[in-house]
Structure formats: C-alpha cells, structure tokens
Design a protein around this ligand. Structure first.
Ligand code: SIN
Length: 277
C-alpha cells in the first residue's frame, strides 16, 4: 500500500491496494491508521461494485443511518449522488457540511465510489477542522469550547427547505419530510473520539443556533467562524478519477461538492460509516 499525502492540510492518495479483495484485519488496521492521519483517503484503481462497497463499509465500522435519501434499487444502505448531463437543479451539497451532523449519533465517516466521472470539474473540497481549531488564538479556543451548537436538517430537508417540495428537476432520490425540523445539541468543539484532537464540529447550514445565545449574536459568530473554517490553508481539493473510492472522516473534516461539468453526467455511490459504539 503506497500512501501519497496531498500536500494540502488533509487528504492522501492510496495506490497498490485492492478493496474488492481480501479485507484482512491487518489491512483494515493500516487503512484506519492512515485515515486518522490524513482524514481523507482516495483509493485509486479500484474495481469495486456495490457488494464490495458494502463489504468495505462493514469492515470500517458498519452502516450509519441515512435519512432523507432513498437508497438505490436493491440496496438498503447505498445512495446515489447523481446529476444527469442536462440537469438544471442547483448542485447538490454545494455548501460546507459534515454529513448528518444533526443526528443524535452522526456518522464517523462517508465512502464515495466513482461510478460515472465527468472529464473535468466535479471536484470535492475538504476542510481540515482540527487544523482550523488548532490555528485559533488560545482565548478564542477557550470561548468556543464552552458553546453548544443547535443542529437541524430543516434548512435542507424540511418540506420548505432547499431540497423540499419546491426543488424540481433533480435526479437524486431525496425525500424531504417534517422530521427535518427536529433539533439536536452537540458541543461546537469536539475531541476526536479516536485521537482526542479537538475539532470544530460542523458549520452553518446544519447548525442553526447556539444554545442560550440570542439568534443575531449566534448567527454572527457562526458566520465569522464559517469563513475561518474553510480558509485556503485548511482545504484540500480532491480531483476524481474513474475507479476511485474516497473515504473521509466526518469528525475532522467538512466537505462540499463543486460544479464545472455542465453537459456531463456525474454519479457516485455513497455509504456512511456508523459512529463507534
Ligand atoms: C456529498 O456531500 O455527499 C457529495 C459530495 C460530492 O458530490 O462531491
């Protein structure tokens, strides 16, 4: 297994491993160590089908919960991130987020398998939230450590949200519903459950306020922090290749989709890795 760091704040390319083959505990251990170090791993040259994607997800910790997506036909835990060539709906996930941070137990990671990759564009951006926290002044770190964030899926997946009833012409199987209005509290700064490193957990979009803080003050704080969280020095731009599987750590990075592939189809199959028990 050859690991080549991206040279950015996070991310590494992995060559020389066959994830459709034997997933020995030794191999998974090596992958987990590299994953915790680089936070985003891009496995090149894979020959994975949906069975292999499921096997790998199970080996990495099991399936997480996936609300608001209908799975692909015949599978319970695989969703398609899909955009047809002629699609005109706004891009899916073109805002920074940590997957499903509004759940009681957000997923540890996400796997994304290339199915149909456009010739250019469609990069995925990742922002290292451990580096973003570490670079703050000490007094700012202390102030943020005391805050509890209010997470919710309402802006995206409620019937009146971005992907709600007025969202037309989208090929992805998104299923908005009223349950998106629920809220969930999480500390704004969280120690990584496996490494203990502190990270800024999630951002505006899925965070709708701060517990005990007036809304204008909370939104001002979150907006200012959101700009800091995605400064260039914390960001890795991932360029997709056919036959590539990417996994990322939702506890330490934010991510977002990008466009730039108008007139081309883009499809990836996605699973989430459950939080450790
Ligand atoms: C996602 O946020 O799951 C999708 C990212 C992408 O399409 O690049």
């Amino acid at each position: 297994m050859k690991i080549t760091p991206s040279g950015s704040s996070c991310g590494a390319r992995v060559d020389g491993v066959d994830l459709a083959g034997d997933l020995s505990p030794e191999l998974i251990g090596k992958i987990r160590t590299a994953w915790l170090e680089h936070r985003v791993l891009a496995f090149a040259g894979q020959r994975m089908d949906d069975d292999a994607l499921e096997r790998f997800t199970l080996a990495m910790g099991g399936f997480g919960e996936d609300p608001f997506f209908a799975p692909i036909a015949g599978r319970e835990h695989i969703a398609a991130i899909l955009r047809e060539a002629g699609e005109t709906a706004p891009l899916f996930a073109e805002n920074w987020h940590s997957d499903w941070s509004f759940l009681d137990r957000p997923p540890a990671g996400t796997c994304l398998l290339a199915i149909d990759i456009p010739p250019s564009g469609g990069d995925t951006l990742f922002a290292n939230q451990i580096a973003a926290f570490a670079a703050l002044p000490d007094d700012r770190k202390d102030a943020l450590r005391s805050l509890i964030a209010i997470h919710s899926a309402r802006l995206a997946y409620a019937p009146d949200g971005t992907y709600g009833e007025k969202d037309e012409g989208r090929s992805m199987a998104i299923r908005p519903d009223e349950s998106a209005n629920a809220t969930q509290l999480h500390p704004l700064i969280q120690p990584h459950p496996e490494t203990g490193e502190e990270a800024i957990f999630s951002t505006l979009g899925y965070i709708i306020g701060i517990e005990g803080m007036e809304q204008p003050e909370a939104i001002a704080l979150l907006s200012e922090l959101a700009q800091w969280q995605v400064r260039d020095e914390f960001v890795y731009r991932h360029r997709w290749e056919p036959d590539m599987l990417v996994i990322w750590d939702n506890r330490s990075v934010l991510h977002k989709a990008t466009g730039g592939y108008e007139g081309h189809r883009r499809e990836l199959h996605r699973t989430t890795i459950a939080a450790a028990a």
